[in-house]
Design a protein around this ligand. Structure first.
Ligand code: RRO
Length: 317
């Protein structure tokens, strides 16, 4: 019998599969759907800010057969509402499905506000957070590239909250030189940063609507974050590069381009410990996890691989 159990930052996971933040995880109803669906090992919320946000004007999401584009603009219910949902409902299911928060903020002070609130509350809060330092779609926002100074400041802040464990969601970096620079900084904070998620959507893409002959998205001149099949080779490369540069104690969450069990398996070979699913979850709904788990098990069984740790890993070139 193939065993696909694993862990993320020490939390036991029934499978290495979870949603990508932003995909069907903004409301309590959406998050509860995950609890009832076999195949998921963990879940993460939509990136949340201190105060609720409406997000960008619609249409802000588009789909083709190869993937998706979005400029959602960080629409979310705000930290207080997610804390309420966790305390009242999600924590009850946390043993069956560990659910953690994705945190986002415009600057380090806003991150500090959120973390102070989480640290001071008497309520039950998740032990683990994915910190999103890569939102590509804010109107008038940055260019979607990683800002190493901002990253260092955020890490300096996380260091003051040793009671929590953190992951960092990064944009695609596209080069070994930049990956090394980012990893050198992150490795200094291995006591609080337990995983790196690579990557957020491909920033500033453009897709044209086949009916309208115009950009699919209204905000930002039609530019948005691209996910799905378009991303798979980028994700494999990001995961492979980060695995070579990060301390062994820092896990990697691969995100981008997973459609079938073979895509999950490939990301595990490239060095991912856990795999997130975005565009496929948007298109197919949460039952994609049931299918992906079965397909992954089938591939492992055919290769006579009985546990995830036995999957052969790529070595450095
Ligand atoms: O809400 C968004 O527009 C968004 C975010 Br915060 C993100 O991290 N990645 C993305 O593709 N969209």
């Amino acid at each position: 019998m193939v065993d696909v159990r694993t862990n993320l930052a020490g939390l036991p996971l029934a499978t290495p599969l979870m949603n990508a933040s932003g995909c069907r995880c903004t409301t309590l109803d959406e998050l509860l759907q995950f609890v009832w669906t076999p195949g998921m090992g963990a879940a993460v919320t939509k990136s949340m800010t201190l105060l609720a946000r409406e997000g960008n004007a619609k249409p802000r999401y588009g789909e083709t057969v190869h993937g998706t584009i979005n400029a959602n603009g960080l629409c979310n219910l705000g930290l207080d509402m997610y804390m309420h949902h966790y305390e009242k409902t999600l924590s009850v299911f946390s043993e069956a499905l560990p659910t953690f928060f994705s945190l986002s903020a415009m600057d380090v002070r806003a991150f500090e506000h959120m973390l102070t609130k989480l640290a001071k509350t008497q309520q039950d809060v998740p032990p683990l957070f994915e910190v999103n330092v890569s939102c590509p779609n804010l109107v008038g926002g940055g260019n979607g590239a990683l800002d190493l100074v901002h990253l260092s400041r955020v890490l300096g802040l996380l260091h003051h909250y040793p009671q929590f464990r953190f992951g960092l969601k990064l944009p695609p970096l596209f080069s070994m030189a930049l990956t090394r620079r980012a990893a050198d900084i992150i490795n200094l904070y291995a006591h609080v940063v337990k995983f790196v998620t690579c990557s957020n959507s491909l920033p500033k893409g453009l897709l044209i609507g086949p009916e309208t002959d115009k950009p699919m998205l209204a905000p930002n001149g039609g530019f948005g974050g691209v996910g799905g099949v378009y991303m798979k080779p980028v994700t494999l490369a990001e995961v492979h590069r980060f695995r070579q540069c990060l301390d062994k104690g820092i896990q990697i969450v691969g995100c981008g381009g997973v459609v079938c069990g073979r895509d999950v398996y490939d990301l595990l070979v490239a060095g991912a410990d856990v795999v997130q699913v975005g565009s496929t979850l948007m298109h197919e709904g949460p039952t994609c996890f049931t299918r992906l788990e079965l397909e992954l098990r089938g591939i492992m069984q055919a290769k006579n691989i009985l546990r995830l740790a036995q999957i052969p890993k790529l070595t450095a070139p």
